[in-house]
Ligand binder design. Structure first.
Ligand code: FPP
Length: 226
């Protein structure tokens, strides 16, 4: 039987290098990267076996980047959410931010929550964007919440308290590096990992389709025997 690629997670790497290759600034790469976000999200929303797409947009470590690049990314995110709200609604996509949003400006937090609330009723693809997200931070916040609520820490209580409560089936990283970079550490325990040299602005749905075809043929044993 074929595996269903229910939850796809992507580390979108390579915007800066792609822009450099074009003789442009890194910010131009992020602009193009946002277009790829739109295209890949649309592709996933048109394939009903894909229930969830989780994208790593800004990590807890990305604050270490030059101030101007961080400011640009914040503005790009704000612009993107305002512009894309209609697309989410038209494509029946529910937007679900994950990560610690409290570090963002009040205005960006409002914009993010507005899209999340406005799409709450959507029943198609769930697009989770990881924003000021780190896998370690997510686990610590969940453990602290369980402790504060006096709930015993078990595998299921912790899974249910994380920002992202779904196991990942396919974890893709573009841009040629072979690491997980603190993304969905708990949820990727049994994910199938795919690394591609393609830089994120050049990642197209036909490459995703090739990955899905490979994934469907994998024998997943989850530590057992078949
Ligand atoms: C990593 O590439 C990319 C990021 C840290 C930012 C990801 C942002 C986007 C894809 C665009 C904005 C997203 C949305 C949802 C509008 P890099 O810049 O580190 O590339 P490099 O490794 O080539 O330097």
């Amino acid at each position: 039987m074929n595996n269903l690629p229910s939850h796809i997670a992507i580390i979108m790497d390579g915007n800066g290098r792609w822009a450099k290759g074009q003789g442009k600034s890194r910010t131009f790469g992020h602009e193009k990267g946002a277009e790829t976000v739109r295209a890949i999200t649309t592709y996933c929303s048109q394939h009903p076996e894909i229930k969830q797409l989780t994208l790593y947009a800004f990590s807890t470590e990305n604050w270490k980047r030059p101030k101007l690049e961080v400011e640009f990314l914040m503005k790009l995110l704000e612009r993107y959410f305002k512009k894309e709200l209609n697309t989410y609604l038209e494509e029946n996509i529910r937007f679900n931010p994950i990560g610690d949003l409290s570090a963002f400006s009040t205005s960006l937090q409002k914009t993010i929550l507005n899209v999340s609330e406005a799409t709450e009723h959507c029943t198609g693809l769930v697009q989770s964007l990881a924003l000021n997200y780190g896998g370690k931070d997510e686990i610590i916040r969940a453990v602290q919440k369980l402790q504060n609520d006096n709930i015993p820490i078990t595998e299921s209580s912790l899974s249910e308290t994380l920002d992202c409560t779904q196991e990942v089936d396919i974890l893709i990283r573009t841009g040629g590096e072979h690491r997980i970079s603190n993304f969905l550490l708990w949820q990727s325990a049994y994910a199938e990992l795919f690394f591609t040299d393609t830089l994120w602005p050049e990642f197209k749905s036909d490459e995703l389709e090739t990955i899905l075809t490979k994934f469907k043929k994998i024998e997943r044993r989850f530590g057992g025997l078949n």
